[in-house]
Design a protein. Structure first.
Lengths: 307, 183
């Protein structure tokens, strides 16, 4: 034969020589086509336009469980599971800030984001104080308040700033509660028989201060030339249950306040400088009046946080 | 222009997953795809599997069909080429490569001498290098343009045309040689 020299003729001859046989795709091939189309349609319905995987891959264990499953020794497997569990608990504890004291201390020292142990303790004391206030437990209120003041004093500036306001309010409530309680249980009533000077005997009765607002003492004297009575002082202090009683009436210069009566006070009518019992600034909260005309004061009217 | 519109419509239907359109396309290109695969894998069954796999991959990637601007035929042949290459590599690892078509005096060339014209050309084609055979096959069997072949073979269209001319020269030389042997 004469070989074709023209490219187009040669291509045509080559095309005829290489022409494929007229075959049709078999049923398997058509089934594969429809399967691929169905899978593609399902995938499009799921909103994923990515590559179709005609056949679902076999399910596999997660890497963690597969690794544990491969462990041959039960002890090693138990240790692995324990480590996983404890690490999870620790992570959850740090995340929720619920940690026992020693753990918290270590975590705080390590720089983990947990509340400092001192602040946590102060907050715990605040909670105790709230509970005591709600339960009207005077002793517990006083103890918790004192402990809270101590804990506040030990806080850093940053920690204290976080609870300073709430702690101050809580301490104020505690002081108010304590004082109110004292007024209800230690109403002092004193009576002293004054010895009248020459003419009669004076009697003096004093009314107690209740919550720092009443200081009156009423005194009556009979026949006395001088009536001196009054509460021991006009000063009361929240948290103190200081009481004052009537002073002594009589002919002798009565006892009375030493010029410290505040306006509005209805007591302290001693007209002469008396020998009234001096105030005792060191009276502790809860001290009761002793009917002696003494008056306790502590000199503070507002709760103050420790410096 | 009209062909372009029709082609765009077909591409749109194919992208929509229209089963009849896919069947039509499949029936149209199946013979040439199978012939292309048969010449490159070890058995007819493996060639059929390769064609089926190529079609499945094409369906899966139909969303990208319009983005490339390729015709469905060229897209299918491009996928088929990759499938065949994968199978050839796998066969090489298994040491069951198809028989390499070496040019020997008693081989296809001898058959070409004694056969008719198409058989002569077919035998001469068989002795060409793989690269040349693939290029010519994509041009004359698959009926793809130089641009489409360039996309499949990752070449420039001009390089395809040059390579095609060079492959035809080789084929022509083989035919001349066979003619000399006959005479």
């Amino acid at each position: 034969m004469t070989p074709p020299f023209d490219d187009d003729a040669l291509l045509a001859t080559l095309g005829a020589a290489l022409a494929p046989e007229p075959v049709e795709p078999g049923p398997e091939a058509m089934a594969a086509l429809h399967q691929a189309l169905d899978a593609r349609a399902l995938d499009a319905a799921d909103g994923d336009s990515g590559v179709v995987v005609p056949f679902a891959p076999p399910k596999r264990r997660s890497a963690t469980w597969a690794g544990i499953h491969r462990l041959r020794h039960p002890v090693a497997a138990a240790v692995a599971v324990g480590m996983l569990a404890t690490s999870g608990v620790a992570a959850a504890g740090v995340a929720t800030d619920h940690l026992p004291g020693p753990t918290r201390t270590v975590a705080y020292d390590l720089g983990l984001p947990v509340t400092s142990p001192a602040l946590e303790a102060a907050m715990g004391t605040m909670a105790q104080l709230k509970v005591a206030l709600a339960a009207h437990d005077v002793a517990q209120v006083q103890a918790s308040a004192a402990l809270l003041r101590t804990r506040l004093a030990g806080l850093s500036t940053t920690d204290r700033a976080q609870i300073e306001a709430s702690a101050g309010d809580l301490l104020a409530q505690a002081d108010t509660f304590t004082e109110a309680d004292a007024s209800g249980t230690s109403t002092g009533s004193g009576s002293s028989a004054g010895t009248g000077g020459s003419t009669g005997a004076g009697t003096s009765s004093g009314s107690d201060t209740s919550n720092g607002t009443t200081k009156g003492g009423t005194t009556s004297s009979n026949g006395g030339s001088t009536t001196g009575s009054g509460d021991g002082s006009d000063r009361t202090t929240p948290g103190t249950s200081g009481s004052s009683d009537g002073g002594s009436g009589g002919t002798t210069p009565g006892s009375g306040p030493t010029g410290t009566t505040e306006p509005g006070d209805s007591s302290g009518r001693g007209s002469t400088p008396g020998t009234a019992p001096s105030t005792t600034p060191t009276t502790e909260p809860g001290d009761k009046g002793d009917g002696s005309g003494s008056k306790s004061t502590t000199g503070t009217t507002q709760p103050r946080l420790p410096e | 222009m009209e062909d372009s519109v029709n082609q765009d419509g077909e591409v749109a239907r194919l992208r929509a997953g229209d089963a009849p359109s896919w069947e039509t396309l499949y029936r149209r290109v199946y013979p040439s795809m199978l012939a292309y695969a048969e010449r490159r894998v070890s058995s007819k069954e493996e060639a059929q599997d390769a064609v089926s796999e190529a079609l499945t991959r094409t369906v899966a990637g139909m969303d990208r069909l319009a983005d490339t601007g390729a015709t469905p035929e060229s897209w299918l042949f491009g996928v088929l080429r990759h499938v065949v290459l994968d199978r050839q590599r796998s066969s090489y690892r298994r040491r069951d490569l198809p028989v390499h078509r070496e040019v020997t005096p008693d081989g296809p060339l001898e058959s070409a001498v004694v056969g008719d014209e198409q058989a002569t050309v077919k035998a001469a084609f068989a002795v060409l290098p793989d690269r040349d055979r693939e290029l010519l096959e994509l041009r004359v069997v698959a009926g793809l343009s130089s641009e489409e072949v360039a996309t499949i073979l990752d070449m420039k269209p001009g390089a395809v045309r040059t390579a095609q001319a060079r492959a035809l020269d080789k084929l022509r030389a083989v035919l001349d040689r066979s003619e000399e042997v006959r005479s």
